[in-house]
Design a protein around this ligand. Sequence first.
Ligand code: THU
Length: 153
Amino acid sequence: MLARNDNLFKKKIYKLKTLDDNIQNIVREAVEAREHAYSPYSGFKVGAAVLCADGKIYTGCNIENNSFGVGICAERCAYSKAISEGRKNFKAVVVVAYQEKYFTMPCGACRQFMSEFGNVNLYVTKPGCEEVFVSTLEEMLPFQFQTSNHSFD
Ligand code: THU
């Protein structure tokens, strides 16, 4: 397992109760969405929720496939639902999964996928939701791949 920079990491952990109500709300939605995970191959359930600039929330879960590489992560599921319904401006994304000792961070592919649509606040928690890792997508993926700047409107 990779080591974490403990002090840097701990500074980013907040009690859920101290976060804004709208963030507490999307955290709960992500926890619920996790229950819909289809993950018979890994047994690992992930839930996500994205808060759009207009206040609408889209949720997602990981959806695996017998052809393993075909599966989709929870974050990309949530973003895809939002984008396919006309949303491209996002404020926050939540990722929820359970590992006893670790917060489950969004994978590199999801970071790149989400970064296409600009920076967002990022919240990572476990189903109990007591503590939340708070960061931004930009912080999680500095210097992402891009060939030009795009407008998101
Ligand atoms: N997974 C996600 O849903 N999001 C991530 O950011 C990382 C991994 C899923 C993919 C797969 O279904 C399971 O977790 C185990 O890797």
